[in-house]
Design a protein around this ligand. Sequence first.
Ligand code: CP3
Length: 353
Amino acid sequence: MTSVPAPVPSTSPADSDLVRAARGLPVSRTPVWFMRQAGRSLPEYRSLRAGTAMLEACQDPDMVTEITLQPVRRHGVDAAILFSDIVLPLLVAGVDLEIKAGIGPVIADPVRSVADVDALPGLEPEALGFLQTAVRQLVAELGPTPLIGFAGAPFTLATYLIEGGPSKEHARTKAFMYAEPEAWSRLLDKLAVSAAIFLRAQVDAGAVAVQLFDSWAGVLSAADYAERVLPFSRSVFDALGDRDVPRIHFGVGTGELLPLIGDAGADVVGVDWRIPLDEAARRVGPHRSLQGNLDPAVLLADRATVDREVRRVVEQGRAARGHVFNLGHGVLPDTDPGVLTHVTELVHELTAR
Ligand code: CP3
């Protein structure tokens, strides 16, 4: 058997290790990035953000550019993720909401009735000029490093709109889903359309991969997910049309949903820390890559534990068609940024071809 020659590191974002791993192609080493890498674990982020509200910062192209670049400079990660938020498209469309520090998105007038669903404003692509300016600036600054665009999936956005803020059980959301199936479909359809507009704006300005965050889908049974949620997430990916960018699909607590999460149209399935990647690879099958799945809490432990767990994730990731190293969920705010740099270097060292 002839071995495939390892590619030399690419100078083009569209041919980077991130994009190649996402497509199951050979890489020069396993690409690494961290969900929530742009944010509160970085002192340079905290000082830049001081005095500016989160959603204000998201609409300032220079701030978005600088905050997105900070973790790339500091850690040498293999991808940038746009500094923004899943609720930004709702705000831009005209929904009254804010992100409260330490709490998360809070909606002034939650969606609780069929009339509320029908009154929800739609997103106009023309309103996203600031976002496209930020993406273009970033692509120019990033050089060979790929930029990942993202959006919130319809279900996860619906939980914020219906609950009015973060929630544990998402009971109101599920009750609405069961009690008002037609309004539920209209709501998820609206959110799918706006997520697609948000993603297309980023890809058309130069993002070379996208991630759909369905963070809270894990609260659903597989049957409910398949019937009442998956079709709308699939329509977000479908709306990318012939834009040739790999699609990453992520949720927390989705062990039982992994095959479905893949079926919704993903090239890469994001996995949290509850399931080892070799088991996730069995569930997802040979036609998709995996992203994950170091427990973010491990980064708060001693160095020997960090190293042991990173090695385990790298080893188990070898079972996947392609592996993008990441955490199983976002970086915790009190993570020592030095540990993130160390993990990036260790993964690179362990996987250099
Ligand atoms: O990953 C990145 O570094 C890129 C930027 C990014 C943010 N939010 C910035 C942010 C991304 C990709 C998100 C996605 C997001 N936002 C998700 C999906 C990912 C996940 O964590 O499951 C969700 C559910 C949200 C909604 C949201 N926004 C929450 C739950 C919070 C945290 C509340 C808190 O303060 O603990 C936010 C705020 C937020 N979004 C911050 C950042 C950097 C913190 C705001 C601050 O600095 O005060």
